[in-house]
Design a protein around this ligand. Structure first.
Ligand SMILES: NC(=O)c1ccc[n+]([C@@H]2O[C@H](COP(=O)([O-])OP(=O)(O)OC[C@H]3O[C@@H](n4cnc5c(N)ncnc54)[C@H](O)[C@@H]3O)[C@@H](O)[C@H]2O)c1
Length: 257
């Protein structure tokens, strides 16, 4: 299937690891020009230079700082002449019992998972409107669709970005803007791998609960992002796509398993 991504200008946040890094690789493999944005300078530069592709540029930026996000968008436009796709993907949280979280945790989790997405949309939207075309993809989570123990704040942030994307799709769809959401299930990316390694039989216990029988990979999400960004998804706007091995589809009534 021809995706029509060759030559497109793509900005991806959280690009030094996991889903973001797999997406940088996937978009570049389709011939896109990619600005890989991450807060972790050392890991980002090492990861991007390992890919060895002159069409991938690295930009160190903290998505919780609106000025740094603005600078990243300006860099993408300066490097590539336009900005076709923004994949607002940076995020994450370690499950912690809600009664053990303080307000600093609340602010930090909201800043990364909620504000960071809005700052990317806010910075890139004028560029895309001037072009008459643009595409946002936002990484939410199963925790944003439903709930997960220890992820009260994270879930609220991830639910918020779903609303943000839907609003952008409806408010600006007629002006060529698309905004869609990917809601990953449990993915075996570095932070989750590390977290599960500290839990007895963590990986096996997770897999048992996923109807497809495995955890997802960063590449599963990157593939979904390629489709949503592609010309093949021109009429796909304002949707939330769970990529979770049917975890979200499962009836959540008591079972005898
Ligand atoms: N892994 C999962 O199971 C899972 C499930 C649902 C949703 N998600 C979401 O997927 C996205 C990617 O997660 P991942 O598992 O690939 O994690 P990851 O830790 O492998 O990658 C996240 C990247 O974001 C970067 N980052 C962190 N704070 C940043 C900031 N302030 N500014 C810029 N970059 C920053 C990190 O340096 C890291 O490179 C996140 O939004 C996460 O919430 C992941």
């Amino acid at each position: 299937m021809e995706l029509g991504l060759a030559g497109k200008s793509v900005l991806i946040t959280g690009a030094a690891s996991g889903i973001g890094l797999a997406s940088v690789e996937a978009f570049a493999a389709e011939g896109a020009r990619v600005l890989a944005v991450d807060i972790n300078a050392g890991v980002l530069h090492a990861a991007i230079s390992a890919l060895g592709n002159e069409h991938i540029k690295a930009q160190v930026a903290d998505v919780t700082d609106a000025q740094q996000v603005q600078a990243a968008v300006a860099r993408a436009v300066a490097e590539f002449g336009r900005l076709d796709v923004v994949f607002a993907n940076a995020g994450g949280a370690i499950p912690t019992p809600t009664d053990q979280q303080d307000l600093e945790d609340y602010r930090r989790i909201m800043a990364l998972n909620h504000d960071g997405v809005y700052f990317a949309i806010h910075a890139a939207l004028p560029v895309m409107l001037a072009q008459g075309k643009g595409c946002f993809i936002v990484t939410s989570s199963g925790a944003g669709l439903n709930s997960a123990p220890g992820l009260t704040v994270y879930g609220a942030a991830k639910a918020g970005v779903i609303s943000m994307a839907r609003s952008i799709a409806t408010e600006y769809g007629a002006r060529g803007i698309r905004a869609n959401v990917i809601a990953p299930g449990p993915m075996l990316t570095p932070p989750v791998r590390e977290w599960l390694s500290g839990i007895p039989q963590g990986y096996e216990r997770f897999c048992k609960q996923v109807p497809s029988g495995r955890m997802g990979t960063a590449e599963d999400i990157a593939d979904a992002a390629l489709f949503l960004a592609s010309d093949r998804a021109e009429f796909v706007n304002g949707v939330v796509l769970p990529v979770d091995g049917a975890l979200h589809a499962r009836l959540s009534s008591p079972s005898l398993d």
